[in-house]
Every structure is written in structure tokens, then in C-alpha cells.
Ligand binder design. Structure first.
Ligand code: ADP
Ligand code: ZN
Ligand code: ZN
Length: 716
């Protein structure tokens, strides 16, 4: 008899599989990774086969049989990876397995052929778009959208209009499998042929190839200043990997940066490149998934979820901008794509190659490091000046105002970073002191003047802008602090005009599309300002930015977080990387903490000095990477419930050699009172196991009392 051990994809923590099912003769093809529909708890449920066996401890008559075997089996190594994630992140097998399934697996309505039509722009389409061919505004819009987003489900854009473009050869529409179309060889960005390497690059590539050849290599860190040509190393390392008949995963920090990376890899490798991200339609994702699983595509590019690409014979996993916190997933399981990549690399004997200009202390000690210390164009890094804001009231230092005025006279470009959205940080009543707070969270509401509303940045609650105080009826409402919206407005008033646009990039510009438009306008302008949150410092390539300004640089330092220094250092260094490409690049850093280590090391471009100090500080305080942190948060309608359950959890925790902080109340979020416990452990595995056991033991008690428990291993 053939038994399949099936993990049902149940939502609740209380269901612990796997459970045995006996296989009918017609289900003989079932293997580890097969996705089946099984009867479970008087329902029909999706499950994944995690093991096969010849016998069961349950008598055969009492065993149920799977009702159906679905297509799109998950590769066995991904099943193993999911089971590891379930325990590593104190989650459940069901939740972890859900991450590695084929997109849309088990969807009740089968996808129709008409819906799987995919449209992609062709080489002639690109020429028409950029070469001034006659196009209606709508056609231009469609082509631009296809260029920006890659292949899209035809139905999403309107099949009729696309068919007309197809007739002109500008678009191709495919029914089944999508193949990347040849892309415009963007000047200086995606040369189709390998570039002759600089001496430094050659040394780095040799190190990568040597590490690859050694089957059980530890991770390799490519520490290269911005503009040092890391991408060319990735491309040539990928080429060597493909030549050895192995496959490649390339991770980028966010969806917005995917098209850029995709274009570079597609220009070099053509149709063996696939892309995976949540911005694609379900049908498109499924097509990409199958191309990867069937070996038709051998390189997968995408944000963190691309780490689950169903590729066989992995030889190389690349994590670009490895310092970005977006590699951490915020849903359960709270996995870190960098750690998952490391685990996959180990399982496949593949090389993990992480790259950054500001690597994490964790990565610096995890393996070998190769350096790229010079920029390709040989331009020096920009001079960074620290401007002391203590005792000043105007938000801009006189030096900053002078620099901006000079820049405008010369029609140059600048990027201005302020890590705070909105118009004013908070409102208060001048008469009685009342502060406008979110009704669901213990935080102040932020004024957004453009949207005519007050908004909570934690839960999304919105309400109208008040004209009087509801407590004392006074009309004297004071607005405090300034965010990017107000900064944009003031800089627009002072400096902006038709030929010198002042643009804003932050999370208020919703949607990848709106943000891409802002970036395009800034890139196309001859001069102007780009004002924004940390988004402006991320990976976007502006060749001609002469000036970078950081306002309130110590804002990130005020967070009570052991990574505050690291973040501040990275933010300033990354912005300097954006700003220094033009002749005489310059960066101004306004701060009330001019002596802060992270700021002064960044001003000297001294990454090594910063890392050395940061590592010794962390070692002394037993912070990661010298210990592991595990955060447990209990949330409930009543503060007492959350605190009580956290207390019970605390009682059950007994990890060897670990210190436990809390339970301590956290600010209320989305109407839920919260209580937190932090475990700081030098022995990671037993600590995770201890937390997992305690949480499992209390799972049903917690759900009965309406307390939700979430565990975050390696919180960001
Ligand atoms: P990084 O990722 O390190 O910030 P990039 O990979 O974006 O840097 O490289 C910066 C620029 O230098 C790109 O335009 C790239 O095409 C170019 N480049 C890289 N390597 C070489 C080379 N060996 N010769 C000429 N240009 C190069
Ligand atoms: Zn009042
Ligand atoms: Zn709120």
C-alpha cells in the first residue's frame, strides 16, 4: 500500500500535520510536493504531500483517500525548504508551504485560455515609442505601460487596442508561454555583450568563480561603492553559472527596481530570464513559474519572493543591495529572504553572492568579502559636509539655501531627503493642549494638506482636518513639524518654475506607476529638485545629480532600535552615491547630532571604520550577529488580556543561556492593545524551539481568549 503524508493547508495554528492518506491506484504518480485535495475535518481542503510511506499507524480501512491530484507539483527541495522555514520562523508548515506553491494553485475557477493571453512590447514597438512614430495618445500609453511593466495580461489593458498594435508588429500577444522580447539596449545600462572588466572587477569576478567552484562555499560579500560596477560582476558570474549548466536567482529589494534589473539580465541572456513578483497578474505569475520549473527559464529576477523560484540545479543566488530591510517579509512566516537564500544555497551547493555599498555587519562576518573601492567612471565620491542645526529654527541651514540657489542658477539637479511624509507631524490645540490622535492606535495623526485629511501612518485611518478643538471649541489649532509635502511646497515657492520642477517621491504617490512617472520626469528634466523620503536614496540611477541634501539626518537615530546607527549610515552613504555622479558632486547633511558616529563615518566615506566600531559595539552588547533576537507580540482588545497571555508565555519560556525582556506594553495598534517579549539568545536553535513550543502550547487558549500571538525571529 502507498501512503501519502499530507500537510493540509489549514489557516489555524491548532492543526498540526502531516496526516496519512492512502493512495488509489490511479494516483500512483503522487510524489513529495504533489498538491492534493483531501477530505479533512468534514471539509475538502488543499494539502501538500510532504512524505511517502509504505505503511501507516492508522488501520487502512480508516484511512481516507485524496479526492484529486492537482497539476503543478512543488519541487521536493522547496517542500524541504518550507518545512525548515516553518520551524526557523516559529510558523506552521501550512503557512510556509503556501509560499512555495505554484501561483494560484488550487484556485476553484480554472484559468481560461482567453485570460492567459499575454501582451509584450516588441523591438519595433520600442523603436516606434522612442523614435517618434505616429501613435495616438492611448497607443503611446499602452506601449509605455508594456515597456515599464514587462508582459501584462492582455485583458488588463484591453485586448482590442492591443490587437491593433499587434497588427503593426509593435506588440506581440501570446496565448500560452511568454518569452521576453528583445529589449532596447539602453545606453550605458544594459550592454548586450560582456564588458571588458576593470582590474578591480576582474579580481572580484575571480573570487566569485573560485568560491563557486568550491561546492560548499560560505557566502561571499561584494562590498563595492555605488557606481563601482557590481551589476557587471553579477552578469558575468551568472554567465559562468549558466555555462556550468546551473541556474541563477537574482533578488532585488523591491518591485520598483525589478524592471531595471530585468532589462539588464534580459539584454544579456534573452529568453532564459524569467521574472516573479506580486505585481504580475496571477496568470502571468503561473506562466513564469512553469517556465522556471520546466527548465525553460534558468534565471529568475525579482523581489524577495523570487527566492522561492522553482529552479533545479541552483548554482548562484545573488542578493543585490543586501542591506535593505525589505528583504524581511512582514506576514507569517516572517522570513528573511537573505537567510532563506543562504539556506537554499547550502542545500544546492550553490554560492550566495550578496552585494552592497553599505553591507550589514551580519554579512561582513558571515563569509569572505571582496571590495570594489573605485567607481567605474573614476570620479571621486562627493564631498559630504555636516551642517549643525542646533539652535536653528529655519528648516534649511543657510549653507543649504545657498547651495540650492546656486544649483538653480546653474539649472542643476538635486535630491533632498526628509524621512517624514505629510505636511505637519501633528496638530495640537493652543488653548487646552489636546493632541489629535488616531482613535485606533496610540499615535498622532499626520496632516496631509493635498488630500485634505488627517491620516494615521500605522493603520490608515483618515479624518477631516479639524477647524476647532472638540474638547474646548477653540479655533487655535497649531501645526507642528514639517514633512515632505510641506517641504515640496516651500521649495516650489522659493525655487520652482516651468524649467526647474520640484517633484516629490514618497509613499503618498501611490502605486508603482505614479512613482515611476515622478522618476521619469526627474530624469528627463534638465534641472530641478526631487524631494522625498528614503525612497529617493534607493537604487535609482540618475547620472547627473550634483547635490544631495539630507534634512534631519538624526531622525533615524532617535528610533529605539539597535539598528538605528546602521540605518543612518546607510541612508547618508546611499544618498551620497546617488549624488556624486555629476562633476563636483556635493552632499549636505543637516543634523542636530553632528557628533553621531554613523553620521561622521558616512561623511568620511569610511565604511570599514563604521563596520569595525559597530561590530565591537554589538559584540559588547550581545546584539546580532553575536546573538539572535526573537520578538513575541500578544495583541488583544483589552490591555490586561494581552499582558496576561504574554505573562503566561514568559512563564513557559526556558531557552538555555538566553535573557528575556518583558512582557512590556507596546503602543496600541489598529484597536488592539499589545504586549511584547524579547528573547535575546546566544544559542539560536534551542531558543527558537523553546519559543515555538511555548506558543504552540498556548495557541488554543490564546484563540479562545481572543489574543493573537505573533513571533518574529530576527526582527528588523
Ligand atoms: P553599482 O551597482 O556598483 O552601483 P553599476 O553596476 O550600476 O554600479 O555600474 C555603474 C555603471 O558602470 C553602469 O552604467 C555600468 O554599465 C558601467 N560599467 C560597469 N562595469 C563597466 C566596465 N567594466 N566598463 C565600462 N563600464 C562599466
Ligand atoms: Zn482645546
Ligand atoms: Zn491608527
Amino acid at each position: 500500500m502507498k501512503i501519502a503524508r499530507v500537510q493540509p493547508l489549514a489557516r489555524t495554528r491548532a492543526v498540526r500535520g502531516p496526516f496519512d492518506y492512502k493512495l488509489k491506484p490511479e494516483h500512483a504518480e503522487v510524489e513529495v510536493g504533489s498538491v492534493v485535495r483531501v477530505p479533512f475535518a468534514r471539509r475538502s481542503m488543499l494539502g501538500v504531500v510532504v512524505e511517502l510511506a509504505g505503511e501507516s499507524s492508522v488501520t487502512p480501512e480508516r484511512l481516507a483517500e485524496p479526492e484529486a491530484v492537482l497539476e503543478d507539483r512543488v519541487p521536493a527541495d522547496l517542500v524541504e525548504l518550507a518545512m525548515w522555514m516553518a520551524s526557523e520562523y516559529c510558523s506552521t508548515p501550512a503557512r510556509a508551504l503556501a509560499l512555495v506553491l505554484a501561483p494560484g494553485a488550487g484556485a476553484r475557477t480554472p484559468t481560461r485560455t482567453r485570460q492567459t493571453l499575454e501582451a509584450a512590447i516588441t523591438a519595433s514597438g520600442l523603436r516606434a515609442l522612442h523614435g517618434g512614430a505616429v501613435l495616438t495618445a492611448r497607443q503611446r500609453g499602452l506601449l509605455e505601460e508594456l515597456e515599464r511593466r514587462g508582459p501584462i495580461l492582455a485583458a488588463e489593458l484591453g485586448t482590442t487596442a492591443l490587437r491593433r498594435l499587434e497588427a503593426r508588429g509593435l506588440v506581440e500577444i501570446e496565448g500560452r508561454m511568454w518569452r521576453p522580447s528583445p529589449r532596447r539596449p539602453a545606453v550605458g545600462h544594459a550592454p548586450a555583450d560582456p564588458l571588458p572588466l576593470t582590474g578591480e572587477q576582474r579580481g572580484a569576478l575571480d573570487a566569485v568563480r573560485a568560491a563557486s567552484a568550491n561546492g560548499r562555499a560560505s557566502p561571499l560579500l561584494l562590498h563595492g561603492v555605488t557606481g563601482s560596477g557590481k551589476t557587471e560582476i553579477y552578469l558575468q558570474a551568472a554567465q559562468a553559472t549558466l555555462a556550468a549548466s546551473r541556474s541563477v536567482i537574482v533578488l532585488v529589494p523591491e518591485i520598483a527596481l525589478t524592471p531595471q534589473a530585468l532589462a539588464r539580465f534580459t539584454a544579456r541572456f534573452g529568453d532564459v530570464v524569467a521574472v516573479m513578483h506580486s505585481g504580475l497578474s496571477a496568470a502571468a505569475r503561473r506562466i513564469q513559474w512553469r517556465r522556471l520549473r520546466d527548465g525553460e527559464a534558468r534565471i529568475c529576477v525579482g523581489p524577495r519572493s523570487a527566492v522561492f523560484a522553482p529552479l533545479s540545479d541552483l548554482g548562484l543566488l545573488i542578493v543585490d543591495e543586501e542591506h535593505e530591510s525589505s528583504y524581511k517579509h512582514e506576514g507569517d512566516p516572517r522570513y528573511d529572504a537573505r537567510a532563506v537564500a543562504e539556506r537554499r544555497a547550502r542545500a544546492h551547493g550553490a554560492l550566495l553572492l550578496q552585494g552592497s555599498a553599505t553591507p550589514r555587519p551580519e554579512s561582513v562576518i558571515a563569509g569572505a568579502r571582496v571590495r570594489l573601492s573605485r567607481r567605474i567612471d573614476a570620479r571621486p565620491l562627493p564631498g559630504v559636509e555636516i551642517l549643525d542645526m542646533r539652535g536653528r529654527h529655519h528648516p534649511l541651514h543657510p549653507e543649504t539655501r545657498l547651495a540650492l540657489a546656486d544649483l538653480r542658477r546653474q539649472r542643476g539637479k538635486a535630491v533632498v531627503l526628509l524621512n517624514r511624509r505629510g505636511w505637519s507631524n501633528f496638530l495640537s490645540c493652543r488653548a487646552c493642549g489636546r493632541v489629535w490622535l488616531c482613535p485606533h492606535c496610540d499615535v498622532a495623526l499626520v496632516l496631509h494638506r493635498g488630500g485634505g485629511r488627517m491620516a494615521c501612518h500605522h493603520c490608515g485611518h483618515q479624518e477631516p482636518i479639524p477647524s476647532r478643538c472638540p474638547a474646548c471649541a477653540s479655533t487655535a489649532v497649531a501645526r507642528h513639524g514639517a514633512g515632505t509635502e510641506r517641504l515640496e511646497h516651500e521649495l516650489q515657492g522659493a525655487l520652482g518654475d516651468a524649467s526647474f520642477p520640484v517633484l516629490r517621491l514618497d509613499a503618498d504617490a501611490t502605486g508603482t506607476r505614479a512613482r515611476a512617472q515622478v522618476l521619469e520626469r526627474f530624469a528627463a528634466a534638465d534641472g530641478g529638485l526631487l524631494v522625498g523620503t528614503q525612497m529617493v536614496a534607493k537604487g535609482h540611477d540618475f547620472p547627473d545629480v550634483a547635490l544631495g541634501v539630507v534634512l534631519d539626518a538624526d531622525a533615524t537615530l532617535r528610533f529605539p532600535d539597535f539598528r538605528a546607527e546602521e540605518r543612518t549610515f546607510a541612508l547618508i552613504t546611499q544618498l551620497a552615491g546617488r549624488a556624486g555622479r555629476a562633476v563636483s558632486g556635493r552632499v549636505l547633511v543637516q543634523t542636530r547630532a553632528p557628533e553621531a558616529r554613523s553620521i561622521s563615518f558616512a561623511a568620511r566615506h569610511d565604511a570599514d571604520g563604521f563596520l569595525a566600531q559597530e561590530l565591537s559595539r554589538r559584540e559588547a552588547l550581545r546584539y546580532p550577529p553575536f546573538a539572535s533576537l526573537i520578538r513575541i507580540v500578544c495583541a488583544a482588545g483589552e490591555a490586561a488580556e494581552a499582558q496576561a497571555l504574554a505573562g503566561e508565555l514568559r512563564q513557559r519560556l526556558d531557552p538555555p543561556g538566553a535573557s528575556i525582556l518583558g512582557p512590556a506594553p507596546l503602543f496600541r495598534l489598529r484597536g488592539r492593545a499589545r504586549s511584547q517579549i524579547v528573547v535575546k539568545a546566544e544559542q539560536r536553535t534551542p531558543a527558537i524551539a523553546s519559543v515555538g513550543e511555548a506558543v504552540d502550547a498556548l495557541a488554543s487558549v490564546a484563540s479562545r481568549r481572543g489574543v493573537s500571538v505573533s513571533v518574529d525571529v530576527d526582527p528588523q
